[in-house]
Design a protein around this ligand. Structure first.
Ligand code: PGA
Length: 252
């Protein structure tokens, strides 16, 4: 049985003070999640990671939103894996569509980051998903297959099992136009089939999240689908009340 996961992606939101208030206010939310055997976490900005770690319920997963694949060196503006580990972070989102679009990240670059994270015993959350144009052309599967094959290239089955995938159609992110549960399941199921081709039975253990305008009022629908193991949530994860409503409806 794959354990369900709710991960809040805060993007470029919250000052350390606001992040602290969230961490303190959401301790009982974490208790609730753990009591229901669900993993729960948030991905704050780099400057808020330490604050959240210091003030959270210890069961709350704290993830970075990105990481550099090199340990140190002349990479101005970047943060490395040893730096994250030093503050107690062992998860990182990789290849979010906003980073692919605004920072030129490719699946090949993501592959380097995923390998570096796994070598450091950290958990990558690898994002994939197509644009509206690709979706309307009916080319979603071909597009996502390439992202999965490139992102997981060179991993063995044991390593692949440690990666979490998030399928996020770009046309559904921040738009309020969520994919129907059937559309989401069709692509998430296809992602799992692609992983099965690459890694055999290990694909059954890889958690695949859906993301894109997930809200308290629609999260339960996605959880009814056999291949969807949780959600990566942006806007609706920012306030403790909404975060609480998400987890309550996820476990229903
Ligand atoms: P959204 O963002 O929930 O605000 O659509 C999801 C994401 O980008 O991870």
């Amino acid at each position: 049985m794959r354990k369900k996961l709710l991960l809040g992606n805060w993007k470029m939101n919250k000052t350390p003070e606001e992040a602290k208030a969230f961490a303190l206010a959401s301790k009982d939310v974490v208790d609730f999640a753990l009591a229901h055997n669900v993993d729960i976490g948030v991905a704050p900005t780099f400057v808020c990671l330490a604050t959240v770690l210091e003030n959270r319920h210890p069961g709350l997963i704290v993830s970075a939103q990105n990481v550099n694949e090199h340990d140190h060196g002349a990479y101005t503006g970047e943060i490395s894996i040893p730096m994250l580990k030093a503050v107690g972070v062992d998860w990182a989102i990789i290849g979010h569509s906003e980073r692919r679009e605004y920072n030129g990240e490719t699946s090949e670059k993501c592959n380097e980051k995923i390998k570096a994270l796994l070598a450091a015993n950290m958990t990558p959350v690898y994002c994939c998903g197509e644009s509206l144009e690709t979706y309307e052309k009916g080319e979603t599967n071909a597009f996502v297959k390439k992202q999965i094959e490139a992102g997981f290239a060179g991993l063995n089955a044991e390593e692949a099992k440690k990666v979490v995938v998030a399928y996020e159609p770009i046309w559904a992110i921040g738009t309020g136009k969520s994919a129907t549960k059937e559309t989401a399941e069709a692509t998430v199921g296809f992602v799992r089939a692609t992983l099965r081709e690459m890694f055999g039975e290990a694909a059954e253990e890889i958690r695949i999240l859906y993301g894109g305008s997930v809200k308290p009022n629609n999260i339960a629908e996605y959880m009814e689908e056999p291949d969807i193991d949780g959600a990566l949530v942006g806007g609706a994860s920012l306030e403790p009340d909404s975060f609480r409503a998400l987890i309550e409806n996820l476990v229903k």
